[in-house]
Write a protein that binds this ligand. Structure first.
Ligand SMILES: *Cc1c(COP(=O)(O)O)cnc(C)c1O
Length: 239
């Protein structure tokens, strides 16, 4: 094994252990939580190693980095998640490789993603990104729609050709009433998810939790955790 592979294997094993013990503590089955490894800023060679180590879900947050990486890894069987703030002029590119866009937070994006999916003859899974610190009618600083805007976006995705509503995503807020209260934030997201699922049982994905707070997310009921640093190391630059 190369040094890098050994390092990633050891990191993955530690993350796996954290997820497994959180599931056990919460009385949940391990297979009900999917690990999505956030590979942003790391090279395609790392994605390849992760695939060899059994990872099947990867996430990226910038199209400029993600597009060439996805092309370089096109031979691998991977589900690509897009988790970054998305400009409409990048949508066509993202729709070419992403399977799931987790950061849908405005109607214009729904329209653009739908057009790109139809044109590319692909079906795109969409999660509505919720900003728990955003005021009614506004968006969060790191993207996301305020909780009272979720229903409108969900209905738009439901009605959009080429799109499939998968559920919800959030990033624990750094400001507002949930700052420093990840567990409470993720429980709030679960409440919003329950309401969403009432009429749409298939929209059952709940993406929450990162390297620092995945335990809180699993305890609250997340189905997907997005882990970067704890698997790949501290990122060389902001991303
Ligand atoms: C970078 C990123 C992550 C992973 O964060 P880590 O703290 O490195 O685990 C998760 N979600 C989103 C939206 C991100 O941009």
């Amino acid at each position: 094994m190369t040094d890098r592979k050994a390092q990633l294997a050891a990191n993955l094993a530690r993350v796996e252990e954290r997820i497994a013990s959180s599931c056990a503590a919460a009385g949940r089955r391990r297979e009900d939580v999917t690990l999505v490894v956030v590979t942003k800023t790391y090279p395609a060679s790392d994605v390849r190693i992760l695939h060899e180590l059994g990872v099947r879900h990867v996430a990226e947050n910038r199209d400029q980095d993600a597009a060439p990486k996805a092309t370089a890894c096109a031979d691998l069987s991977l589900t690509w998640h897009f988790v970054g703030q998305l400009q409409t002029n990048k949508v066509r590119s993202v729709a070419g490789y992403a399977d799931i866009v987790q950061s849908v937070d405005r109607l214009k994006l729904v329209t653009a993603l739908s057009a790109a999916a139809v044109r590319g003859e692909r079906e795109l899974g969409c999660l509505v990104q919720v900003a728990l610190d955003a005021e009614s009618g506004e968006r969060g600083e790191r993207g996301g729609v305020a909780p009272d805007g979720v229903e409108e976006l969900a209905a738009a995705i439901d009605g959009a050709p080429g799109l499939r509503l998968g559920g919800l995503m959030t990033v624990a807020p750094l400001t507002g009433e949930y700052a420093g209260r990840q567990r409470a934030a993720f429980e709030r997201l679960m409440e919003i998810s329950s309401r969403l699922r009432a009429g749409r049982p298939a929209a059952n994905m709940v993406s929450a939790g990162m390297s620092g707070d995945l335990e809180d997310a699993v305890a609250a009921g997340a189905t997907h955790v997005r882990v970067g640093t704890a698997v790949l190391g501290v990122r060389p630059r902001l991303g």
